[in-house]
Design a protein around this ligand. Structure first.
Ligand code: ATP
Length: 236
């Protein structure tokens, strides 16, 4: 299976303090489904930011889509970002656009005409249970409804990589199951998926799901022990 993401000894430091992420060495297979778990503050969002190119590492090498993204010229970043769907923890919907138009955004950016984009947007609205909220502005939607719009927007363009930060944090279990089914359908079409979650119920819902676990900024063995222990016996 081809590799879509490769991290080699990656570290991330936000300021003068200790590293938030340390010694990350792993690869993600193209077309696979990953859950990223770990306690609050372990570094999940930070790792996702490296994956969707919102953050550059402080050290180490990252290859994405077969390119060295650490040295990638800034001008090429937007082209890479368009290949990645992102569900942000805080949704980041465009406030003056309706649910319909937020979901339609990736297709509009890709040059799809209004006539052509209506059927897929309506299908997505139906899938996330928001057909009757199509014209609503984000501020008038509940947190769970906003989250569903954010998910629909992230998946509609069938990205090569989907990165989702706590995508079911604001919905009930029934909707969480439905949303994971949507991710699985996208995964079957070839999208590589990385879902950061605290919800262990989700893990059992994807037959081929693999788990990555962060512990204090380091990648740990999902079964417990640290796979990449600190070299000098530190606590990590
Ligand atoms: N922009 C930033 N500047 C400085 N420190 C940051 C920044 N973003 C995150 N951090 C710190 O990095 C650490 C990891 O944060 P991160 O949000 O990646 O963790 P997380 O595992 O996603 O947590 P949660 O599950 O609570 O969302 C935290 O100590 C956090 O305070």
């Amino acid at each position: 299976m081809a590799t879509i993401v490769q991290f080699e000894n990656v570290g991330l430091r936000y300021g003068p303090g200790p590293e938030t992420l340390s010694d990350l060495t792993f690869s993600l297979d193209e077309g696979a489904f990953y859950f990223l778990t770990g306690a609050s503050g372990a570094g999940k969002t930070s790792l996702l930011k490296l994956l969707y190119l919102a953050q550059r590492p402080s050290r180490g090498a990252i290859r994405l889509f077969d390119a060295d993204i650490v040295t990638l010229p800034r001008a090429r970043l937007p082209g890479f970002r368009r290949r990645i769907g992102v569900v942000f923890q805080d949704f980041r919907l465009v406030p003056h656009l309706s649910a319909f138009d937020n979901i339609a955004l990736p297709l509009r950016i890709a040059g799809v005409t209004d006539d052509q984009l209506r059927p897929p947007v309506e299908e997505m609205l139906h899938w996330v249970g928001l057909t009757d909220r199509a014209n609503a502005l984000p501020a008038t939607l509940s947190g769970g409804e906003q989250q569903r719009v954010a998910i629909a927007r992230a998946v509609i363009g069938r990205p090569e990589l989907l990165v989702a930060d706590e995508p079911t944090g604001n919905v009930d279990q029934e909707m969480a199951t439905r949303l994971i089914t949507l991710f699985e359908a996208l995964n079957k079409l070839g999208t590589t998926i990385v879902v950061a979650t605290h919800d262990f119920n989700l893990l059992g819902k994807v037959a081929d799901g693999q788990m990555l676990r962060l512990e204090k900024g380091r990648l740990a063995d999902p079964t417990g022990g640290l796979r990449y222990p600190p070299r000098h016996g530190g606590a990590g």
